[in-house]
Design a protein around this ligand. Sequence first.
Ligand code: GLU
Length: 465
Amino acid sequence: MKKIITRFPPSPSGYLHIGGARTALFNWLYAKKTKGKFVLRIEDTDAARSTKESVDAILESLKWLGMDWDEGPYFQSERSGIHNEYIEKLVDCGHAYYCSCTQQEVDAMRKKAKANGQKPMYNGKCRNLGLKKADHTVVRLKTPDTGVTVVEDVVKGNTAFQNAQMDDFIIQRSNGSAMYNLAVVIDDLTMGINTIIRGDDHLINTPKQMMIYQALGADMPIFGHVPMVLGSDKSRLSKRHGAMSVGEYRKMGFLPDAMINYLVRLGWSHGDQEFFQRDDLIKKFDLEHLGRSASMFDTDKLLALNSKHIQKKSPSELADHLLYHLKELGIEAQNDAFTCGIIETLQPRAKTLVEMAEAAAFYYKETIEYDEKAANKFFTADSIEVLKQSASGINTIEAYTQENLETLFKQIMKNTGLKFGKIAQPLRVAVTGTTVSPGIFEMLLALGKGKTIQRLEAAVNFYMK
Ligand code: GLU
């Protein structure tokens, strides 16, 4: 079987958005699954709209999602030599021709066709004139006058386009630059692309592209056009539905694996399975189960998947992602035992990494700022005694374990005559600055012996001042 070669050809006029990431994913998965190749090509011929920032953002998002490419990035703008070579070939073999009609002439042809109840089109005037290349000439493809061009689509099934409805379209402008459809076909052809999965907004281009393949006598790639992603109101997903770019989802605290899992389900299914790990997905992905109907973007579903992926990861795997969010909060942390211990306490509940980072922040602080109300209420003569005894008690504990902490606190309860609740709250304020925190034992253990003693002593000093 021949090697599957897929591609992702974004136009760099913005960030990588949800729809684009999903298309990239389908192509990437299919290449991975078949041990084929995934090619990245930047379609930057529209110089006015393409930016370097956008290229960088797209590459960064793809890397973050873990979609590695085997070839590229190629830049379409650097390939005009190849495009023109093929245009000349098409002219030489009689499948394309130079046309000298002015815009006014073409407009008049269109008007006339319309007046006769036909589709407004170029009428083929220069088709058989054998014109030579000149300053103002464009190149047009000789398209078939009769019959149909059938797009055999692995997602949508067959769609037939009447050839009579297609005029001899331009493949090269008078300034010598290739038209979009020509550039796409030549790039795909010369890069060996044989499987093209893309949004169905491109279906309109496909018959034209097929005619170029046919004119070149080249093998037709497999096409699959996937329906657009919709927003909650069933209109095409756009900025007004909320975050659109992959980068924004990263900032919001989603894991790349959760994004991948969510994106693939926007248009592909495997029975009623919802949760997929990356490797499982590579094994199971196929083109047969790409759906024909549009899917709706649902942030709650994405959140639910995110928390599930958070729960399934090891603390150390999560730490790699959490560090980015801690940094956003101004915290320089490491992927070490301290961070992993903290993650373990937060993993069961966190829906996003932002939530997790916020909940983790107090562990890393050098000095704790106390919530005024909490400090007034819970730092009293009695409770400061508790904090003192806890600090010195913990200091003498050899193994810093929950069991030993429990024994110590029982002893302190006995010494002071206070109930556990009266002990736990001041401890909590001393250690976190507030009255809300994870369970007291898991928190103290995650914080570690040294830092716990330090914070208890700091609270005592604060009270004494
Ligand atoms: N550059 C096009 C886009 O970003 C993709 C073209 C294609 O997939 O053929 O929409």
